[in-house]
Design a protein around this ligand. Sequence first.
Ligand code: NPG
Length: 378
Amino acid sequence: MALLQAIEMRRVRLPLVAPFRASYGVHAERDVLLLRVVTAGGEGWGECAALAEPTYTSEYVDGCQHVLREHLLPRLLGRDDLSAAGVAEALRPVVGHRMAKAAIEMAVLDAELRSKRQSFAHFFGAVRAAVDSGVSVGIHRSIPAVLGTVGGYLDQGYRRIKLKIKPGWDVEPVRAVRERFGDVPLQVDANTAYSLSDARHLAELDAFDLLLIEQPLPEDQVLAHAELAKVVRTPICLDESITSAQAAADAIQLGACKIINIKPGRVGGYLEARRIHDLCASRGVPVWMGGMLETGLGRAGNVAMAAMPNFKLPGDTSASDRYYHRDITDPFVLVDGRLNVPDSPGLGVNVDLDYLKEITASVQMVQRREGRPVRVGD
Ligand code: NPG
């Protein structure tokens, strides 16, 4: 890989079609940190998955930008031996901060693959040209309201529905969706909202033939998920608990999950995500691609990875218009319930630079001067 010369950190505010989840602090817009790396071999783009507030994970977008500027980028800048495969190792002295690390690794990988004229999909060993698209449906105020939303998505062609659940909003919406829409592929996501003492209640969901129940218990309760699996027949899928390939191996061995949701940001980047995919394939554990309201850049990488062979279930890889009136790349559109996998070099999407400027809140450049990293353009 060529010398890493400079990194642009750009904060954009992208208006959302609908508020996502107020409790995660995602209201009318997505506050996104984008990275553009400049190398002697060309440029590359990265997207940080972190949200504006540390309400879903401990990472949040201001914190990511800070740790990148002060601790991560200085360890990478000016290194002429750097490849995407070496980023995680170079950053190992910094503990945690996986979403920040994932963003810079993504940008370096994009630059590297663009310069080799290789697509992300080819690099990952994609086995399909389009991926089945699922959609995530938030907690609604009423059963008629959730039925209206689900009906709208099914009309658009989505191939799987995921209902968010929490205590007080679980069996009834699932029953209503099953009654109204028949045997549509259906799964639920609890985002850690239950405790092991809810096991018998959660087992009531077994009546509805769900694909899976995602992350019912808090993320550090991996053993409790294994206990829950003795009571609940619906396959348990872990998301928040799986922060690395090691965590995935341990959870599988403990019997805590039968399926894993992969989010590259959550695990420190696409290369660790690929290790999880491979590990799960070797253990007979199917995976699927999660989503964190990515722009077209993050979506491009996720869709490419979702074309790998062990991505056996539809992902939260919805079309751009599920999230954004206007995306920063050419939009991803649903074609017969699928998204096409980009096959041009790198991420394979073009950034609409004019629109990007319009929605930019700030830009910071980090580059080397006289052998030391400095930042300019605050
Ligand atoms: O389609 O990008 C998407 C969103 C899918 O529901 C979704 N993601 O818990 O997995 C989740 C949830 C989420 C989104 C969580 C954003 C945190 C932030």
